[in-house]
Design a protein around this ligand. Structure first.
Ligand code: ATR
Length: 271
């Protein structure tokens, strides 16, 4: 049996053991996947102990994604661009790092029939969550990708990473004057109960609205989308399952079916 872990601090809330255990059952993979709390300042030594004990791979969540990146021998293109790693693979004495959040987001958007190719996309926020999804979104060939952030310089730093790509950084105020087909909230504003500072007139029945976070009730951004009768209103639960599916694929070479797990998580969330 191969062993996998997810590290974080805190970690109790993680749904990854449930998701990966369901994937393993569905694809007949003989693995065990558990969560483990890593103490702050002890992440690297904790992972190295797991490798010594024969661990095959690990997921990494807050606040260790940058530390995980620093300990890798090789990084995928996605990890290099996002500056963070959420998936570690231990093979032939080496540590490989990847980040699957962006692929998870794109696969969820596509599975919900959100048009990405040739679309005008607005990404709200320029923190870690935003950085991790830019490259996979650009791979879908949008008409343009606009990153708006309260601190505009952070959005500019991200945009500058992508030469010759249709990507622009701007303030919320400037974004409010444009038109978009898809708005993705990657700010952490909702976690503190705050809405995002965009004008509600940006959202019409032609706009798809996606929030990378999720919860029992709609986030303030999705409440605004509902009020504006947005074309599609989607929270980040599918992205969570999508990123897990991509990690599972990297480790096991098999693509799990995601809809059943997603339905179960949705049911649990609504209880
Ligand atoms: P994460 O890893 O979740 O992206 P982060 O790196 O701390 O977390 O980034 C948080 C993002 O949410 C940033 O883009 C932040 O804007 P600033 O860069 O200007 O700080 C954004 N954010 C947080 N609270 C916000 C609020 N109330 N209104 C608008 N943006 C907010």
């Amino acid at each position: 049996m191969d062993h996998y872990l997810v590290y974080g601090n805190p970690i109790k809330q993680s749904k990854s053991p449930f998701i990966h255990t369901a994937f393993a059952k569905e694809t007949n993979q003989n693995i065990e996947y558990k969560s483990q709390l890593a103490e702050l300042g002890e992440f690297e030594q904790t992972v190295k102990l797991f490798i010594k004990g024969g661990g095959k791979g690990a997921n990494v969540t807050a606040p260790f994604k940058e530390e995980a990146m620093a300990m890798c021998d090789e990084l995928s293109e996605h990890a290099q661009f996002s500056g963070a790693v959420n998936t570690l693979t231990f093979k032939n004495g080496k540590i490989y790092g990847d980040t699957t959040d962006g692929v998870g987001l794109v696969s969820d958007l596509l599975s919900q029939n959100v048009q990405l190719e040739n679309s005008r996309i607005l990404l709200l926020g320029a923190g870690g969550a935003s950085k991790g999804v830019v490259l996979p979104l650009l791979h879908q060939k949008p008409k343009h990708l606009t990153i708006a952030n309260r601190t505009v310089s952070k959005a500019e730093t991200i945009a500058q990473q992508y030469a010759n790509q249709p990507i622009t950084a701007m303030s919320f105020e400037d974004a409010n004057k444009q038109e978009f087909d898809l708005i993705i909230n990657a700010t952490s504003a909702g976690l503190t109960g705050n809405g995002v500072p965009i004008s509600e007139t940006l959202i019409s029945n032609n706009t798809a609205c996606y929030d990378m976070t999720y919860g029992k009730s709609l986030t303030p951004f999705l409440q605004m989308a509902t009020k504006q009768n947005a074309k599609q209103i989607i929270d980040g639960l599918g992205m969570l399952v999508g990123q897990a599916a991509e990690s599972f694929y990297l480790w096991r070479g098999v693509r799990p079916e995601t809809s059943k797990v997603l339905n179960e998580l949705r049911k649990e969330l609504n209880q």
